[in-house]
Design a protein around this ligand. Structure first.
Ligand SMILES: [Zn+2]
Length: 426
């Protein structure tokens, strides 16, 4: 094997000629490995947009470097000319190179490894291992996702969908997301929460595929109902079990806060400085009891189970509120005819429970009964959507620090969209 071929194999680049490679000083950094390369035969003077072969325009900004995967422990770069070509359709543009995506300062193997790590490991692991800023990770996942989008048909076989809005940037911005009820996969996401944003999803889906949508679940937002009615007039509109259970969780939390506030008023606090006070004693247990009450009982830790047992003995009213929340969750677990019967029993229980928050919740559920029955009749599962929702919310927190919401959407699509990025060379 010739030296150039060996270098190309080691660097993981294809259709690329390695002219020379060696160590070079790189500013204040240690010595780095620089491989001088050029596009292989047939790869030269191509437009990055349409791949058409074009006449050369000029030398561009001369030679430039692309960061690539470390070789062992040594930082490595590819260096090459970056001439511009004149495309009939896309004008004067920097010619495509086989080792990197257009406009990128990192090679494809580098991009793909970062995207794989962003999905599979923690934020700090990616940053430390790859020696890149988190914002750079954002640009990379955006590029990798765009490539995947170009070859994947996410709307194939879409019949039953769930539509939801998810807040990010500490509740100041929103995403509209569409999830497939049958696979639990995220199929579409965009910034914004209004009928116009959702209209873009239906436009992308196209009229023929809109007509194939049989069920749409969503929370009770008006703008969703309007957009769905316009695009899929024949689809059955269902309540989203996830949201109905969330209403109950919120009512339960309000009841818990009332007990907590009462305990604080009775003096169970201590100064935290600057006029703020921390809960103590029973108030503290009620504050920390939030997760014990909120989580599904099958997921409770030993300590949270103990807290729940304590609430049962000391705050029977709060415990009853918890039972009401769990009762409603059970309705969506069993679904169907039995689910509807159980829901009717639950409604009369809520009516008589003398906890104002749950009496009110009962009224709200009666107002949305047709959509809730539709969800129960059609066996829409809460579990898949709930798990997708929880994961998207987690991603919005991990993505905090990305400059562009497109990077958050890309990370969500790569993680939950059913096409995880592959590691290069596997
Ligand atoms: Zn072109």
């Amino acid at each position: 094997m010739r030296g150039g071929e060996m270098w190309a194999r080691l660097l993981g680049v294809e259709r690329t000629v390695v002219e020379a490679a060696g160590f070079e000083e790189d500013g204040d950094q240690d010595e780095v490995l620089v491989a001088h390369v050029r596009p292989g035969r047939g790869e030269r003077q191509r437009c990055p947009e349409c791949r058409r072969r074009c006449p050369k325009y000029d030398k561009g900004e001369g030679r430039r470097r692309w960061r690539t995967l470390d070789l062992g422990t040594v930082r490595a770069y590819l260096e090459a000319d970056a001439p511009r070509v004149r495309c009939r359709k896309h004008g004067v543009i920097v010619a495509a190179v086989p080792w990197a995506r257009h406009g990128a300062w990192h090679t494809r193997p580098f991009d793909d490894t970062v995207a794989w790590l962003a999905v599979a490991t923690s934020k700090s692991a990616v940053r430390t291992l790859m020696r890149v800023a988190w914002r750079t990770v954002g640009s990379i996942v955006t590029r990798v996702c765009a490539d995947a989008d170009a070859v994947t048909d996410r709307f194939e076989g879409l019949r039953r969908i769930g539509i939801d809005e998810i807040s990010f940037r500490r509740g100041r911005k929103y995403l509209t997301v569409v999830v497939d009820h049958d696979t639990g996969l995220l199929v579409w996401a965009a910034e914004g929460r209004d009928a116009k944003t959702l209209g873009r999803f239906f436009a992308a889906l196209g009229p023929e595929r809109c007509a194939l949508i049989t069920h749409v679940s969503a929370d009770s937002a008006d703008w969703i109902a309007r957009a769905v009615k316009k695009a899929c007039p024949d689809a059955v509109r269902c309540a989203d079990p996830f949201h109905v259970v969330k209403w109950a969780t919120e009512a339960l939390d309000e009841v818990r806060r009332q007990f907590w506030r009462a305990q604080r008023k009775s003096g169970e606090t201590r100064s935290k400085g600057r006029g703020r006070r921390d809960s103590t004693g029973t108030a503290l247990r009620l504050r920390d009891g939030r997760y014990a009450l909120w989580k599904n009982p099958e997921n409770l830790t030993v300590k949270q189970q103990a807290t729940l047992d304590w609430i049962q003995k000391t705050h029977p009213r709060l415990y009853r509120a918890w039972l009401l929340k769990e009762g409603l969750r059970y309705v969506f677990k069993i679904k169907g005819r039995e689910g509807k019967l159980t829901l009717r029993r639950w409604l009369s229980w809520a009516q008589r429970c003398r906890i104002p928050e749950f009496v009110e919740l009962g009224r709200k559920i009666r107002r949305h009964l047709p959509q809730i029955y539709a969800a129960l009749d059609n066996g829409l599962s809460n579990a898949l959507i709930e798990s997708a929702n929880t994961k998207i919310r987690l991603i919005t927190r991990i993505a905090y620090g990305f400059k562009d919401p497109a990077a958050l959407i890309a990370l969500a699509m790569l993680t939950l969209g059913g096409y995880r990025p592959a590691l290069p060379g596997r």
